[in-house]
Design a protein around this ligand. Structure first.
Ligand code: ZN
Length: 241
């Protein structure tokens, strides 16, 4: 693999398409993992939260438990990249999610607010509240309707790993502008899409990415979908929160 490739983000579909109910898996895990070792997303029929860590893809199920995904499992929306080796930053106890975001945002401001950033935090979490989306059946409803039934899980005093992206405002709709983070426990047996957390201590790995590659699905559901950006804001915010 060339160095240039290692610095790209690889994304399956767009957040707009997912928000509109395009839940048909278009790329399998085997393919996804050739494009990155770290990332997040969802699975076909939004049947679980996807977290990619150390080159392994995990599926967090509807009960909050996690299993390693099969290579043939597909995703309708995912973002992965290579987490380049760099000097890790030690994080002390953070009083709130906002305090931690302030630390990250300070780094983003220094480096440039219009790039994409990958975030990985290995740490001890005082609490981590996650959600999953119940698996859907066609005809698919938009994400705003689906999220009404989301189960929430509470992990307390757990070692685990946060994987997230910070997407710039100008890319809202392609992905979630702002932070989007998933969590998995140290034993890789639980996790989900992060709603709230408090970090006791941890190690931050942070990467700036200048290049984005998007694999648009080839299925007719995507090709015929109305993806006009009007009125998508509510759906995108639903995915974000
Ligand atoms: Zn998520």
């Amino acid at each position: 693999m060339e160095m240039g490739e290692r610095q790209a983000i690889y994304q399956v579909s767009t957040l707009q398409a997912l928000a509109r109910g395009n839940y048909y898996g278009s790329t399998d895990m085997e393919t996804l993992l050739t494009h990155g070792d770290t990332g997040l997303g969802t699975f076909h029929a939004v049947g679980g939260e996807l977290i990619v860590i150390d080159g392994h893809a995990y599926r967090v199920l509807g009960d909050g438990s996690a299993v390693e995904a099969a290579t043939s499992d597909t995703t309708p929306f995912a973002t992965v990249t290579w987490l380049r080796e760099q000097v890790p930053v030690r994080l002390k106890r953070q009083p709130s999610i906002e305090a931690l975001k302030d630390i990250l945002t300070e780094q983003v401001r220094e480096l440039g607010i219009n790039d994409v950033y990958i975030v990985r935090i290995d740490g001890h979490f005082r609490h981590a509240h996650t959600r999953t989306v119940p698996r859907q059946t066609p005809p698919y409803r938009a994400m705003t309707d689906v999220l009404d039934d989301q189960p929430v899980f509470r992990f307390n005093q757990r070692e685990g790993v946060l994987v997230g992206f910070r997407t710039p405002q100008h890319m809202q709709g392609i992905n979630v502008a702002g932070y989007h983070e998933h969590f998995i426990t140290d034993d890789r047996k639980g996790g989900g899409h992060l709603l709230d957390y408090q970090l006791d201590s941890g190690v931050l790995t942070f990467g700036e990415i200048h290049k984005l590659m998007i694999d648009l699905p080839a299925d007719s559901a995507f090709l015929q979908a109305d993806l006009h950006p009007d009125n998508l804001d509510a759906a995108i915010r639903a995915v974000e929160n």
